[in-house]
Design a binder for this molecule. Sequence first.
Ligand SMILES: [Zn+2]
Length: 362
Amino acid sequence: MRNLIALSACCFVVAAASANEPPAYAPPKKPAPNTVIESIRPAKPGAKQGAETAGATRGTGGTSGTNGTGGKGTPAAPRMTEREREEQAEAELSAKIAARLAEMRANQAARVAAAAKAKKAAAAKAAAIAAAPPPRANGTHWAYEGEYGPANWSKINSDWAVCGNGKRQSPIDIRDGMKVELEQIAFDYKPSAFSVTDNGRTVQVTMGGGNYITVGNRMYELQQFHFHRPSEERINGRGFEMVIHLEHKDSEGKLAVLSLLLERGKPQPVIQTVWNNLPLEKRDTASPAIVLDPNDMLPQRRDYYTYMGSMTHPPCTEGVLWLVMKEPVQASPAQMALFSRLYPLNARPIQPGSGRMIKESN
Ligand SMILES: [Zn+2]
């Protein structure tokens, strides 16, 4: 009987340890020893079991009457002694506990295996996320300052990566140029229709067709010109108050940008025409019924610096031929002040030269 109680206690402890699992077998609740025996006795119809128990009790009492009566007509069933019943019950309980323990161990092993599998799957998922390329950025808004400024252009849109990792970016500080006999740029400009747009980042003048430059045996057509303050490019470290960029494109889509550095001086007639026709609202376009001659902006001397660079704003496309006129163009302080009211700063910072060749007219 002591064994029985010990086994019951053991079962109870193990069952308590497997807390997450509803017990299939309810352990005995510290009962009196006799009750334990009754509770684990093999199931029999209640009434018969009760009768037998009663009979057995009488039998052990030593009165032979009952046994004698039973033995009269039918052969007496082998009767178990109290000791035998205890031993049988103990054996049955031991078997049940062993089975229960085996079941709980199997469940525990299954839980451990499932946890290990889940952990492995989570690790594999994390590794896959770490190995995957970063999601593509597709922003379109950029600016000259702050969160959307030049330092972050390459991160705003994946197609603008070259703004950050390009080796042929513009603007640059133009210095140590190779002085050579550069060919003259052939200008074929004429009075043309135009429209003026305040696009939120600069004032842009879109030109009607038919204005060309020819350089390097390529003919580029003027598309538009626009203004920056201060000048984006520098000459031997020197910046200018403003610059005009005239963007040209050839039949293959290659870009050539002619740069006119502005310094304070007398009023510039073409700039005045543009200012006269500024749209009243940002992102609006004015299309006046007059013409504008780009020739009127060009300096007397046509010497220039040239190098290969990029667009100076997103997407920062490289392969752009830069032609920077050496002689600055004059504009009046009032003309410059007007632009500075609209755009006090719209210039990209200087980019690394990265050993690029710069040529300049002798
Ligand atoms: Zn520009």
